[in-house]
Design a protein around this ligand. Structure first.
Ligand code: 1YM
Length: 648
C-alpha cells in the first residue's frame, strides 16, 4: 500500500518542522489549536463557495474521532504543478503556504496571511484523506504521519493522488484524524464548531452550511439569506432595537467588497464587529476608521439638513453617534495586512478610503429617502442625549474640581463641617431631613464630626442617566463634600472623611433613602465601599424606662430580651431621628464609644451588581417576581408598597 519513496520525505521536511513547533503554526496544542486544524479545511471550503463556485459546505464530526468537510465547488486542482511536478492536491496538503504559489490559485478575496494552510492540518494529523470530484472523475489521495527510525515524518503521501472512478458530483471532501501524539485531547466540541459555522454563515449570505455530529446524532443547518443583516438582528434581539430593519449597505469598489449592517439599541455602549475576508478584526483598523468617518459625516449632514440642531445644542462629536450602536462591518479584499498586538487589526491604508466612500454613498442614499427620515431622527435624538451626557459629565467634573479646591467648603450646600483638617479621623453624617440635621449639628463633636442634612430624596441613580443624577442638588452636595470625585475621575486620596455615615429614619422612607445612597456609592464611588469607608448609622428604635433606669433598644429582639424581665416600665418608640434630643442622639448614635454602626462591604461585586439592578432598576418584572417569591405578605412589605415608594 505504501507507495511513497525517499523523494516524498525530502519534499516534506517543512511539515516535520510544523510537528516540532506546533505552537508557531497553530498557537497551542490545547483545544484551540485542535480546532484550528478544522478551521483550515473549513476556510478553504468556504473560500471556494464564497467566491461563487458552489453553495454548500458540510462538516461532520465522526464517531472514530475524525472530522470531515465537503464543499461542492470546483474540486482542488488535480493536474501536476509545473515546477514541483506533483498534483495540485499534494501541493495544497504538503507545501507550507502553498496556496498562493499554485498558478491556478487566484481567489478574488482570501483569508491570505491569516490561514496557515491545509498542510498544517495534514502535518498534525495521524492521517488525512482527500477525495476530489472533478470533470466527471473521482480522485483520491491519502497522507499519514509515519514513524521511521524513531522519527515521525509528518503528512507523508502514502497514496499519491489517483483516479478511482467516475462521478456526477463536483467538489472536495477532506477527512482527517488529529494526532493524539500532538494533542492531549482530540475531541472536537460541537458548540465551538457550531458557533464558528454560524458566524461564517452570517458573513456569507446564502451559503448552506450543515453541521452533523454523528457522535450524538445532532444536526444543524445554517443559511442566512440576509447575511450580516440577520447577524445584527440576532445581536440586538433582546436589547430593544430602536428601529427595524437594520440599515444595510453593500457595494464593490476597486476590487474591495464592502458591506455593513447598522442598528441602534436602547443602551449606551458601542459594539462594532468587523471582519476582513471573514476573519474577525477585534482590534479594528483602517476599515473601521473609514466606517466611523462616514457615519459621523452623514449623520451630521442629516441633522443640519433637517434643522435638527438648534443654536443651544451641543455640537456633536463622533462618539455621540456611536452610543447604542451595534454594527457588523465585513469587507473582502486582496493582499490583506494585519497589525497590532494580536495581528487582528487591519493595516491596509487603501481600505480606509474605500470603506468610507461606500458607506458615505450608501448612508446618504438611505437617508435621502423620505421613508427613512424617521430612522435618522431617532439616531439624532439618541446622539443628542449622548452629547448632553458628555457635556453634563464634563460640567460635573469641573464643578467637583472647583468645589474640591475651596478650603473650608462652607459653600457646599448646608454642610456643617468639622474643624479638624485630618481626614483620617474626620467623619461625615449624611442625615435625612433638615430637622434631624439640626439636632445632629447640636449633638455632634464638632471637632471631627461634620453633618450633611439632605433636604429631599436624592435621585435613584439606577433609574436615571448620569447627567440627570448629577443635576440633582442633593447628589451634587454629597459629591462635593466627600471630595473624591466620581466615576473614572475618582481619587481616594482626596477623600475628606474616613467614615461616611448614612443616618436615616427607621421607617420605609428612611430605608429607601439608604438604598438610594448605597446604590449611588456602588455605581459611582465604589472604592469607598471596597475601602470600607461607608457606614450605616443605627439609631435606637425604642427607649425602655423604669423608675431606676433606662435602656435603648436597637432591634425588636433586644426589646423583647429587656422587657421580658420587667414589670413596670414605659416604652417609647422612635419613629424618626427628629424625636430625639441632641443629647440623646449623641449618646445613642453618634458617640464613637457607645454607638453601633454597620460597615457596608461587597463580597461579590457581580452578584451585587445584579441585585442592585433588580431592586433599584427600571425593569419592574424581575423585582416583582422576587418579591412575590420571597416576601412575607403578613408584613407590610409587599410589592405594591415598595413600588409606591420608588415612584414617589
Ligand atoms: C473541504 C476543503 O479545499 N476546496 C477547494 C480548494 C481549492 C479549490 C477548490 C480550487 C481553487 C482554485 C482552482 C484556485 C484550492 N485550490 C488550491 C490550489 N475544500 C477545499 N476547492 N481550482 C480549485 O484558487 O485557482 C488551494 S485551495 F492552490 F491548488 F489552487
Amino acid at each position: 500500500m505504501a507507495n511513497y519513496d525517499s523523494k516524498d520525505l525530502v519534499v516534506l521536511e517543512g511539515l516535520d518542522a510544523v510537528r516540532m513547533r506546533p505552537g508557531m503554526y497553530i498557537g497551542t496544542t490545547g483545544p484551540k489549536g485542535l480546532h484550528h486544524l478544522l478551521w483550515e479545511i473549513i476556510d478553504n471550503a468556504i473560500d471556494e463557495v464564497a467566491n461563487g463556485y458552489g453553495n454548500k459546505v458540510e462538516v461532520t464530526l465522526h464517531k472514530d474521532g475524525t472530522a470531515s468537510v465537503f464543499d461542492n465547488g470546483r474540486g482542488i486542482p488535480v493536474s501536476p504543478h509545473p515546477k514541483l511536478k506533483i498534483s495540485g492536491v499534494e501541493v495544497v496538503f504538503t507545501q507550507l503556504h502553498a496556496g498562493g504559489k499554485f498558478s491556478d490559485h487566484n481567489y478574488k478575496y482570501s483569508g491570505g496571511l491569516h490561514g496557515v494552510g491545509a498542510s498544517v492540518t495534514n502535518a498534525l494529523s495521524r492521517y488525512l484523506e482527500v477525495t476530489v470530484y472533478k470533470d466527471g472523475k473521482k480522485y483520491f489521495a491519502r497522507f499519514e504521519s509515519i514513524e521511521k527510525n524513531k522519527k515521525i515524518h509528518s503528512g507523508v503521501p502514502v497514496q499519491h493522488l489517483k483516479e478511482i472512478g467516475n462521478t456526477t458530483l463536483k467538489g472536495t471532501y477532506v477527512r482527517f484524524l488529529p494526532d493524539d501524539r500532538v494533542f492531549k485531547d482530540i475531541t472536537f466540541d460541537f458548540d465551538t464548531v457550531y458557533e464558528r459555522l454560524k458566524e461564517t454563515a452570517f458573513l456569507n449570505k446564502g451559503i448552506h452550511i450543515e453541521l452533523i455530529d454523528e457522535r450524538s446524532n445532532k444536526k444543524e443547518s445554517l443559511c442566512y439569506e440576509g447575511g450580516i443583516r440577520d447577524y445584527v438582528t440576532s445581536l440586538t434581539m433582546d436589547r430593544k432595537p430602536l428601529f427595524v430593519p437594520p440599515i444595510y449597505i453593500e457595494n464593490e469598489i476597486d476590487d474591495t467588497f464592502v458591506s455593513v449592517a447598522i442598528q441602534y439599541v436602547d443602551n449606551y455602549t458601542e459594539s462594532i464587529f468587523s471582519y476582513v475576508n471573514n476573519i474577525p478584526t477585534p482590534e479594528g483598523g483602517t476599515h473601521e476608521v473609514g466606517f466611523k468617518t462616514a457615519l459621523t459625516k452623514v449623520l451630521n449632514d442629516f441633522a443640519k439638513k433637517h434643522g435638527l440642531i438648534k443654536d443651544k445644542d451641543i455640537p456633536f462629536i463622533g462618539d455621540d453617534f456611536r452610543e447604542g450602536l451595534v454594527a457588523v462591518l465585513s469587507i473582502k479584499m486582496k493582499n490583506v495586512q494585519f497589525e497590532g498586538q494580536t495581528k487582528t487589526k487591519l493595516g491596509n491604508v487603501e481600505a480606509r478610503s474605500r470603506v468610507e466612500t461606500v458607506c458615505t454613498q450608501g448612508l446618504n442614499e438611505f437617508f435621502a429617502s423620505k421613508k427613512n427620515e424617521n430612522v435618522g431622527n431617532i439616531i439624532i435624538e439618541k446622539a443628542k442625549g449622548a452629547a448632553r451626557v458628555r457635556a453634563a459629565a464634563k460640567r460635573a467634573k469641573d464643578l467637583t474640581r472647583a468645589k474640591n479646591s475651596i478650603e473650608g467648603s462652607m459653600l457646599i450646600g448646608k454642610l456643617a463641617n468639622c474643624t479638624s483638617k485630618n481626614p483620617d479621623i474626620n467623619e461625615v453624617f449624611i442625615v435625612e431631613g433638615d430637622s434631624a440635621g439640626g439636632t445632629a449639628k447640636q449633638g455632634r463633636d464638632r471637632y471631627f464630626q461634620a453633618i450633611l442634612p439632605l433636604r429631599g430624596k436624592p435621585l435613584n441613580s439606577e433609574k436615571k442617566r448620569i447627567d440627570q443624577v448629577l443635576a440633582n442638588e442633593e447628589i451634587r452636595t454629597i459629591i462635593g463634600a466627600i471630595g473624591t470625585g466620581i466615576g473614572e475621575d475618582f481619587k481616594l486620596e482626596n477623600l475628606k472623611y474616613n467614615k461616611i455615615i448614612i443616618l436615616s429614619d427607621a421607617d420605609q422612607d428612611g430605608m429607601h433613602i439608604r438604598c438610594i445612597l448605597l446604590t449611588f456609592f456602588f455605581r459611582y464611588m465604589r472604592p469607598l465601599i471596597t475601602n470600607g469607608n461607608i457606614y450605616v448609622g443605627m439609631p435606637p428604635l425604642y427607649k425602655v424606662k423604669t423608675k431606676e433606669k433606662e435602656w435603648y433598644c436597637y432591634t425588636d429582639e433586644e426589646l423583647e430580651a429587656i422587657t421580658s424581665n420587667l414589670k413596670n416600665y414605659t416604652l417609647q418608640r422612635y419613629k424618626g431621628l427628629g424625636e430625639m434630643s441632641a443629647e440623646q442622639l449623641w449618646s445613642t448614635t453618634m458617640d464613637p464609644a457607645r454607638r453601633s454602626m454597620i460597615r457596608v462591604t461587597v463580597e461579590d461585586a457581580v452578584q451585587a451588581d445584579k441585585e442592585i439592578s433588580m431592586w433599584m432598576g427600571d425593569d419592574v418584572g424581575p423585582r416583582k417576581d422576587y418579591i412575590n417569591k420571597n416576601a412575607n405578605f403578613n408584613k407590610q412589605d409587599n410589592f405594591d408598597n415598595y413600588e409606591k415608594k420608588e415612584n414617589e
